[in-house]
Design a protein around this ligand. Structure first.
Ligand SMILES: Nc1ncnc2c1ncn2[C@@H]1O[C@H](COP(=O)(O)OP(=O)(O)OP(=O)(O)O)[C@@H](O)[C@H]1O
Ligand SMILES: Nc1nc2c(c(=O)[nH]1)N[C@H]1C(S)=C(S)[C@@H](COP(=O)(O)O)O[C@H]1N2
Length: 179
């Protein structure tokens, strides 16, 4: 029988779907075991606390083909809802996260990336050196954050409020933008 919505009123609000997420730390030193990755585990903890369900966490080298392959695998084979990367967004020769994104995303979401930069500029002028992107491949949202723990922590807070609505829309949902 078609649900006319009354059940929903009786049962109370329907819980938000539990979106899956992956954290990918992009760091040469981290992948060689020369520096502890504190940013990746922080993001795992923060997103878990927010209600997202961890699907995978990995540290990989800051190398274009490695990043491209890892992102494609997470989207096309694991169908994760949300990928958060940390590192490799800057202006050093080894920083190639945005270039990897351009190879694999279908759409950019520039507003989310610009919002992170704008808010970060209130904390440090170095924020303008991050070239991080936010994009969509298939039905997966991919968010690039800078590498340091401080930067990862500050940037993720900027996008957390819009993630549920973004993920709902990316998945084909019809949520009202006013809600
Ligand atoms: N995953 C991480 N965990 C903790 N700190 C990090 C991490 N990634 C970067 N940092 C810190 O942020 C600073 C700037 O990041 P950046 O990616 O430029 O580091 P890097 O050491 O040059 O790169 P790589 O780790 O790829 O060798 C680093 O010097 C380091 O202190
Ligand atoms: N909010 C915030 N954004 C930040 C920072 C920060 O400390 N806080 N650090 C910046 C620095 S120092 C750099 S070099 C760029 C790029 O960092 P990445 O190369 O580690 O990705 O992010 C910037 N964004």
């Amino acid at each position: 029988m078609k649900n006319n919505g009354n059940d929903r009123q009786l049962a109370g609000p329907v819980p938000a779907p539990a979106y899956s997420f992956a954290v990918l730390t992009l760091s040469d030193k981290g992948s060689r075991g020369e520096r502890e990755d504190t940013s990746g585990p922080y993001l795992v903890e923060r997103l878990t606390r927010e209600g997202y369900v961890l699907q995978s966490y990995a540290i990989i080298p800051d190398q274009l083909p490695v990043i491209v392959d890892a992102l494609i695998a997470l989207v096309d084979r694991q169908a994760v809802d949300l990928i958060v990367t940390t590192g490799g967004t800057g202006v050093a020769p080894t920083d190639v996260t945005p270039e990897a994104m351009l190879q694999i995303i279908d759409k950019e979401v520039p507003g989310m990336a610009e919002a992170m930069r704008a808010e970060s500029l209130r904390k440090t002028p170095h924020a303008m050196l991050s070239r991080g992107k936010v994009g969509i491949r298939g039905q997966t949202l991919i968010v690039n954050l800078p590498g340091s723990l401080k930067a990862a922590r500050e940037n993720i807070e900027v996008v957390l409020p819009v993630l549920p609505h973004a993920l709902e829309k990316i998945g084909g949902g019809t949520a009202d933008c006013a809600s």
